[in-house]
Design a protein around this ligand. Structure first.
Ligand SMILES: Cc1ncc(COP(=O)(O)O)c(C=O)c1O
Length: 510
């Protein structure tokens, strides 16, 4: 209960002094047990002072005394009290580990070697390895300046013009679900925020329902559901033996999941594997989801970036919608419009009736209000201007094609370099298949460099060799983002990979 003696000491001292503390444990939920969450909020000197500790049966209320000498004092007085007993009221807060993806960028910044290469974060770079702002984005921003757009609050659900175009871009403007107004669209804080809002909806209205996520998946999915206290488990997805989709395993796991589960699917360019189901496999997946009464939940973070076609990349989502299924779709404009820092995306819930869509939207707004009140306007206006203007829209498609084409060229060169450099005589067919498959695989944001079944520690050694010896930064699971590579560095990267395969201890023993 009292995990931290210093915290307890601080509480008792403050109580003795008549100060008023209020500690409220987040209500006991399964998450506390499952994830070992020990959360509390602590505030001082509130009118209805109380101490409520623990998530079990013990609830202690300490009432404020009228004569409390601290009631009207400023918080600085209470801070000096804490200093006096040399105890921070944040004593119980341990150091969080660095984020596995964003932490890579921090380590990259600290490296002074001129050969260093950051392939950790999935952000697009130019041939000069510089961040890229799309021309259409600049044009849309100029338009906004010319129009003298205001900066007042948006409604909770976001910019109406954005919500309209984003649903149309996803589903096609002619889609029946749009015409029948069966889509509840709410602007979100990019892909992550939109997923988080949907997770909050699941937590509130589908208590106990499980979300099934692919193994592996984008690292933040698990965080999102953990923090929303939504239980999740994994379904098989990547098969290292075939370097492809474990379709049988996936289907078996979807069948075995409790009826009515949410199935998280990557709409295109699966992160981190880059492997997407074929159209036939999508049909079969939809069959099983329908049979089991599951609810599909798409994460679409790369529309247009995968194949170069906005429509082709939305085909999976449209297939499910055409079957009349209810589904959730989170969208992001971080990659395809390069709007990473604008935090622009949306959550769409396709419902079976207009009425249900209206109710769902009202609840999404209700969930959003206490979280962030209303979303930012800048990115929403950019998307609305680009997608809503036929000329800018065409220019965007051409620019997206250019970006996808650059990544494709880089991958070809990397494959050629790897094939040319490795003279070990070792049977590399599996790896070759890997790179070969990669070359023929649809465009993607990231790839695994280690396909061969190998132990966790070997994978770690390989990644460590890449970073410590070659200054190539990547996530520890071996994911590299080729959007951050240029032609000039392909040879260097190939050297690093070949060396890591051969010389990182233990790699050849598999
Ligand atoms: C699969 C997937 N979903 C969602 C996101 C969310 O990105 P953002 O929050 O920047 O839109 C990403 C980003 O890398 C991703 O790869």
């Amino acid at each position: 209960m009292f995990q931290s003696p210093p915290l307890l000491a601080a509480l008792l001292i403050s109580f003795a002094l008549g100060s008023v503390y209020s500690i409220e444990d987040i209500p006991d939920v399964d998450g506390d047990r499952d994830f070992g969450i020990q959360s509390f909020s602590l505030s001082l000197g509130q009118e209805k002072g109380k101490v409520r500790l623990g998530s079990g049966n013990l609830t202690v209320w300490f009432h404020k005394e009228k004569s409390n000498p601290f009631i009207n004092t400023k918080s600085s007085g209470r801070i000096s009290m804490a200093v006096a007993v040399n105890v921070s009221r944040f004593e119980g807060i341990t150091m969080a580990p660095p984020d596995p993806i964003l932490g890579v960028s921090e380590a990259f910044k600290a490296d002074n070697d001129e050969k260093k290469l950051n392939l950790g974060v999935g952000a697009y770079r130019t041939e000069e390895l510089q961040p890229y702002v799309l021309n259409v984005v600049k044009k849309a921003e100029n338009l906004m300046l010319e129009r003298g757009e205001y900066k007042e609050y948006l409604p909770i659900e976001g910019l109406a013009a954005f919500n309209k175009v984003t649903a149309e871009l996803l589903l096609g403007a002619d889609n029946t679900v749009i015409k029948q107004q069966r889509v509840a669209t709410v602007q979100g804080l990019s892909g992550t925020g939109s997923l988080r809002l949907a997770a909050a909806l699941i937590e509130r209205y589908f208590p106990g329902a499980k979300v099934l996520i692919s193994s592996p998946t984008w690292g933040n999915h698990k965080n999102i559901f953990n923090d929303a206290r939504v239980p999740w488990s994994e379904y098989r997805y990547y098969d290292p033996k075939t370097v492809g989709l474990d379709f049988e395993g996936m289907i078996a796991d979807l069948k075995a999941a409790p009826e009515g589960s949410f199935i998280l699917l990557h709409g295109c360019a699966h992160n981190p594997t880059g492997i997407d189901p074929t159209p036939e496999q999508w049909e079969k997946i939809a069959d099983v989801i329908q049979e089991k009464n599951h609810i599909p939940f798409f994460d679409v973070a790369y529309q247009g970036f995968a194949s170069g076609s906005l429509d082709a990349d939305a085909a999976s989502v449209r297939l499910f919608a055409a079957r009349g299924m209810e589904l959730l779709v989170a969208q992001s404009y971080s990659k395809n419009l390069g709007l990473y820092a604008e935090r622009i995306g949306a959550i769409n819930v396709i419902c079976s009736s207009v009425d249900a869509a209206a109710r769902v939207k009202s609840q999404l707004k209700r969930l959003a209000r206490p979280m962030y009140s209303n979303p930012p306007v800048h990115g929403a206006r950019i998307v609305a201007n680009v997608v809503g203007d036929p000329t800018l829209f065409d220019e965007w498609k051409a620019e997206m094609d250019m970006m996808a084409g650059r990544i494709k060229g880089v991958r070809q060169k990397l494959f050629d370099s790897l094939s040319a450099k490795d003279k070990s005589g070792k049977d590399w067919s599996l790896y070759k298949a890997d790179w070969h498959v990669l070359l023929h695989r649809i465009e993607q944001s990231s790839v695994k460099i280690q396909r061969k079944p190998t132990s966790r520690s070997n994978k770690k050694k390989e990644s460590e060799n890449m970073t410590n010896k070659w200054h190539v930064y990547m996530t520890k699971d071996g994911r590299i983002s080729l959007a951050g590579l240029n032609l000039a560095k392909c040879e260097y990267l190939a050297d690093a990979i070949v060396d890591s395969y051969h010389n990182a201890k233990g790699l050849n023993s598999v």
